[in-house]
Design a protein around this ligand. Structure first.
Ligand SMILES: Cc1ncc(COP(=O)(O)O)c(C=O)c1O
Length: 391
């Protein structure tokens, strides 16, 4: 992407772009939260829309000259509503985390209890980590995976929800490889009298392809990141029921954000259209096939995969048996050009900074055209590197 203008304007930055391009060309990314943005998305992201200030929402802007961006945002919202099947969509959140902050702003007051999957069992820091606003300003309560099968135990979750009666029940995770039963989550939220928020940052890109359950019909509110499995720009989307539209709109602007990034909104509009195609559905299907193939080849090679496998695009691999920490495994793989995240196991005795696992995801390798047979080769290489590191 480093064309002549950037090279002339700023050789240092252009050189770093070249270095990143080279890094990508010489490594394999198995980062579960990354994919590869499409050329259309990149063009929109670098467009003139990036210069336009447009605080507010279409038809209600603080700034002048918003006729065109109003049309753009309305187009993006219409596409998002259709793609996700949602009554209400806000395409302004600059990221998934900021979309999550807006959900708290719309539905909770400081100190309210929010019940979410424990960070150490695959949750996300915006679901109640003490290092994040969510754990600092609200009262985090967590549920854990079942020790025997490393899956959500919905009966136990129901008991926890009835005990704490939280303001919000959060479904969704960063490191959970199984489909979530959104109907069960809805019935728990109804019984406990709370809002059901699905943080679909990761899995939204599968749900729109009809792979795995869609949370939209069950949840009061759903948040999405447009860059994880979807091949869009870095950004967030909020989807909700019409009855929550005013609260959600005000939560995004003016409560959480100022002027939205209109170029990112243009890129989201492109991504929504591209994600509605059969090419995208085929890509999403291959992402899941590749993840299953990679996980099962690693199991065949003697490693344990959390919950025994995966239903989605990611898997968490236990390296305890090798006598490695997750950090050591991720470092060894990184040195061999296979880029992964270190991770913790459910009930991991190791400190978070080390962990006993690593997380793999397949959107990027699938975007690069890799197939199930390539996953067998990749798994063999991973096993080889880890065996070397364990010696
Ligand atoms: C479950 C979950 N929610 C939210 C986020 C935050 O997304 P973003 O990086 O777009 O802020 C992530 C990021 O990995 C995530 O896994």
């Amino acid at each position: 992407m480093s064309g002549a203008p950037l090279r002339d304007a700023d050789p240092a930055v252009a050189g770093l772009v070249d270095a990143e391009v080279a890094r990508r060309a010489t490594t394999v990314s198995l980062i579960a939260s990354e994919s590869v943005s499409t050329p259309g998305v990149r063009a929109a992201l670098g467009s003139e829309f990036g210069d336009k200030y447009a605080e507010g929402h279409p038809g209600h802007r603080y700034h002048g000259g918003c006729e065109v961006v109003d049309e753009l945002e309305e187009l993006a919202v219409a596409r998002a509503r259709e793609l996700f099947g949602a009554e209400y969509a806000d395409v302004q959140p600059v990221s998934g985390s900021v979309a999550n902050l807006a959900v708290y702003a719309a539905f909770a007051q400081p100190d309210d209890a929010v019940l979410a999957l424990s960070l150490r069992h695959g949750g996300h820091q915006t679901h109640g980590s003490r290092a994040n606003f969510s754990g600092r300003w609200f009262t985090p309560v967590s549920y854990e995976l079942d020790m025997s099968d490393e899956r959500i135990d919905y009966d136990k979750l129901r008991d926890t929800a009835m005990f704490y009666k939280p303001r919000i029940l959060v479904a969704g995770a960063s490191g959970y490889s199984r489909h979530i039963d959104f109907a069960a989550m809805r019935s728990i939220a109804d019984e406990a009298g709370c809002i059901l928020w699905v943080d679909a940052a990761h899995i939204a890109g599968l749900a729109i392809a009809g792979i795995g359950p869609s949370p939209v019909e069950y949840a009061d509110v759903v948040t999405v990141s447009t860059q994880k499995i979807m091949r869009g720009p870095r950004g967030g989307v909020i989807l909700g029921r019409a009855e929550h539209a005013d609260a959600l709109r005000r939560a995004v602007y003016p409560f959480v954000q100022g002027g939205p990034n209109m170029a990112a909104i243009a890129a989201k509009a492109v991504a929504f259209a591209e994600s509605a195609t059969s090419e995208y559905r085929d890509y999403a299907r291959r992402v899941v096939e590749n993840a299953a193939a990679l996980a099962s080849a690693l199991v065949d090679g003697g490693l344990r995969v959390v919950s025994g496998g995966t239903d989605n695009h990611l898997a968490v691999i236990d390296v305890t048996e090798l006598g490695l920490t997750g950090r050591a495994a991720a470092d060894a793989l990184g040195a061999a050009g296979i880029v992964v995240d270190k991770a913790v196991l459910p009930f991991d005795p190791a400190p978070v900074a080390l962990g006993s696992a690593f997380r793999v995801g397949t959107p990027t390798v699938t975007s690069a055209g890799q197939t199930v047979s390539d996953m067998a080769v990749l798994a063999a290489r991973i096993l080889d590197v880890l065996a070397g590191a364990a010696r």
